[in-house]
Design a protein. Structure first.
Length: 302
């Protein structure tokens, strides 16, 4: 019997610092309703989808920092999104700033929520880019000030019988992300991102921002025979331009659907999961051809 999963990528436009959580959750619920109406069975939202991308600032006021974090998921403000999932029978992956209940750890996190509105699994961003203090000549990107590196590995969860993994923004540029998820059996990788259009450290590469967005995701999909679905937070957010280009990529490496705006937008594609086996057969029979004994340097050296 043919296997498929209809995926929606719910790109958002900017979420300004001045936006109330309730207003933002309204936008996410509206996107989820559009995704469900289009027949989607799962949706992916951006990285840090509940707030502005606050690591663009050095913030000293602890109360101001706390306000960007979620101490519980769902919480009083986000419950409506989970209720919408159960009502519409569509799961989602949502990026947010996590204040861990157990030990107070702070992570850049993505949760996978099921069609009944309950947690299926959690991923914490492994590749945390930027610095903890502003660096001269470099776009301010202080993720390492606010977040610890993820400590849950690259887990894969079963969602409606399909093996789903997650990755967050900078993770998508690293081949290890896809390979780890692939070796863990992922069939679909859901990604959320916030990517500035301009980087002060490399102005000459500005024209390549979208190419460098799609290139590693297409390569990751192709080389690991997975579907990739990636949602941007796009547009001018608190004065900083973020790229769009949200997309759904097939295991062939082809872009099957792509957002056209820098605003709230839903793109949908029915992912044919049998294509994975076809692509494996063509070139990537891992059991037959991979040579892990020859790849030791990958884990022995940073
Ligand atoms: N949110 C991110 O991880 N953004 C990075 C920045 C540092 C460029 C990215 O890889 O898009």
């Amino acid at each position: 019997m043919a296997r498929d999963l209809t995926i929606a990528v719910c790109q958002t436009g900017p979420i300004q610092k001045s936006a109330q959580r309730a207003e933002t959750v309204d936008r996410l619920v509206a996107l989820l309703e559009r995704a469900a109406a289009a027949g989607a069975e799962i949706a992916v939202f951006p990285e840090l989808a509940l707030t502005t991308f606050f690591p663009r600032w050095r913030i000293d006021d602890q109360a101001e920092i706390e306000a960007f974090f979620e101490p519980a998921m769902p919480g009083p403000q986000t419950q409506r999104l989970y209720d919408a999932a159960a009502r519409l029978k569509i799961g989602f992956a949502l990026g947010y700033a996590e204040l861990a209940r157990v030990d107070g750890g702070r992570f850049n996190t993505m949760d996978l929520v099921g069609q009944d509105g309950t947690l299926v699994g959690r991923y914490r961003k492994i590749h945390v880019p930027g610095s903890s203090e502003p660096e001269p000549g470099t776009t301010v990107h202080l993720e390492r000030r606010y977040f610890e590196p993820g400590n849950l590995g690259f887990p894969v969860f079963v969602y409606r019988g399909v093996r789903v993994g997650m990755a967050i923004c900078n993770d998508r540029r690293w081949p290890e992300t896809y390979r780890m998820l692939c070796l863990n059996g992922a069939e679909i990788v859901l990604i959320g991102y916030n990517t500035p259009l301009q980087l002060d450290e490399a102005p000459a590469l500005a024209h390549l921002r979208m190419f460098h967005n799609h290139l590693p995701m297409q390569a990751g999909a192709y080389q690991n025979t997975v579907w990739v679905a990636a949602a941007a937070k796009a547009g001018v957010e608190d004065g900083q331009a973020l790229i769009g280009g949200s997309c759904i990529i097939a295991p062939t490496g082809e872009i099957a659907a792509q957002a056209m705006s820098l605003d709230d937008e839903v793109i949908v594609h029915r992912a044919d999961l049998d294509l994975i086996a076809v692509c494996r057969k063509v070139n990537f029979d891992f059991a037959k051809y991979r040579r892990p004994d020859q790849y030791r340097l990958i884990t022995d050296q940073v």
